[in-house]
Design a protein around this ligand. Structure first.
Ligand code: ZN
Length: 188
């Protein structure tokens, strides 16, 4: 299921009781984990629907400097359906990233610093968002899920690590230094 590209959802389907129930289920699952995003294929449903929420309390473990580097701001809960990335910033940022569907691991993933995304919300209304920093990363990660793409397809292979090892070795080391120590500069 994680490798299947989801077909589009019609307006009628978006407004259906069934989709409403799916959104509730996904919201609860994402908060329970907790995670900052969840895509329908991750709960076994091949639909182009994701939920996103980055709560301030999730930032407690980060230093002020890490929050600034990641350009991480709280994002209220919202639903993203049939998303399209209209434009991406040519500048990439590199940070460790994980996924609920590849639990227990993380890797450095280059992502565009900013993206403009058009999507429908749960009321089938068109929305356009310019997301920057960590929010842009979440969007790119979740939209990838809807096309059957996982972060391991985009990661710097030599940086793949267990979360346990990440916490022990690299948590407070700036990414450029991690890459230098792992001799990852210039490698994909
Ligand atoms: Zn994921």
């Amino acid at each position: 299921m994680l490798r299947i590209a989801a077909r589009e959802l019609s307006r009628e389907e978006i407004l259906s009781h069934k989709t409403g129930e799916l959104i509730e289920h996904m919201r609860e699952t994402m908060r329970h984990v907790p995670g900052v995003g969840l895509a329908a294929p991750q709960v076994g449903i091949s639909l182009p629907l994701a939920v996103i929420e980055d709560r301030e309390e999730y930032h407690n473990k980060l230093t002020a400097e890490q929050r600034r580097d990641r350009q991480r701001q709280p994002v209220p809960f919202h639903v993203v359906i049939n998303p399209r990335i209209l434009s991406s910033d040519s500048m990439n940022l590199e940070f460790f990233e994980g996924c609920l569907s590849v639990a227990g691991y993380a890797a450095i993933v280059p992502r565009a610093r900013a993206v403009t995304v058009e999507y429908l919300n749960e009321f089938a209304e068109t929305k356009r968002v310019h997301a920057v920093g960590w929010y842009a990363r979440i969007f790119q990660h979740e939209i990838d899920h809807l096309s059957g793409i996982l972060y391991v397809d985009r990661m710097k292979v030599g940086s793949f690590t267990t979360v346990e090892n990440l916490e022990r070795m690299w948590k407070d080391v700036p990414v450029p230094e991690v890459e230098a120590r792992l001799k990852l500069r210039g490698r994909s």
